[in-house]
Design a protein around this ligand. Sequence first.
Ligand SMILES: *Cc1c(COP(=O)(O)O)cnc(C)c1O
Length: 370
Amino acid sequence: MTDAANAPRPKDWIMAIAPYVPGRSSAGDGRRIVKLSSNENPLGTGGAARAAFAAHADGLSRYPDAGATLLREAIAAKYGLDPARVIYGTGSDEVLHLAAGAYAGPGDEVIYVRYGFAVYEIAARRVGAEPVIAPDRDYATDVDAILAAVTPRTRVVFVANPNNPTGTFTARAEIARLHAGLPADVMLVVDQAYAEYLDAEDDDGAMALAATAPNVIVTRTFSKIHGLAAERIGWGYGPAEAVQAMHRIRAPFDITSAGQAAAIAALGDDAFVAESRAHNARWRQWLADEIGALGNHGISVVPSKANFLLLLFAGTLSAEQAYKGLMDAGYITRWLPGQQLGHGLRITVGTEEETRGVAAALRTLAEARG
Ligand SMILES: *Cc1c(COP(=O)(O)O)cnc(C)c1O
């Protein structure tokens, strides 16, 4: 018998989640289009990772190593960490969910900044916790605002560094001040999805804190500079107890064998990472300069240390018009009205041709509007 009124009901806090909206990958009309909406590596995947992935075709009948032993050891060797304290997941997205799941639940609060990564809200709500949004300072993370938002119910603070979608960076001293200002029973999760794009002197110190403090977790991903977004491999580092707790709630076998092998190979491919970083630095600066030259059209750019730029529109050409116009011109970018950024457009740094092309298309749109 079907009786809608008595049907099982999803938890209220689940139904309060606004679904994650991924970057679009097509214009919807079959046109070939350049995807600059998901911060993927425009150089693709390094040769070593591709070869390791391909070599796995013979192992498809076997379950993956649920303990990701070799991957954890490779990560630990690369960064000077304890392999037992490396957590991993289906993308770092999963690790963010695991952190929220281990430390927050109904009645608890999870803080992140306005214009922060969209997954934090979902991770908080999914476990029944209350998201608390701290105001930004010029689009960047404001440590004082986060500290002011802390209450006795705060359990987790998420900070992306560099931040997405703004590209802004929080310096080492500020991360240290944030950590020092948080109550000891609050877990600070520093999401370093773009850390490999930073210059060496921009180490934010979070990994060193995760190695020593009982309340810091750092997350990293193979999806961005390593060019392995399709394989969904992320990892994190933190206190032994946190890692054990997160292990208990993760789905076993959820990172693939081929993905683990490709990730290990990617970790050893310093040349590809260096090439990707140099390409990004060069064309990010070029694109920022081009957009800077559109200032008389009310278009500006937020200083970025990641592999994308956030453009702000205050003139006659709106962000929505630019988004649609660029789509018509063959470029998918990320317009973010769902994140209170109806006036912003995020553009991933592409290949030279793509980056030149999107800049030229934007200039045409801006000049047409006067
Ligand atoms: C892209 C991104 C991630 C993670 O991506 P995964 O593919 O799930 O590893 C995490 N945090 C931020 C801020 C990102 O931009």
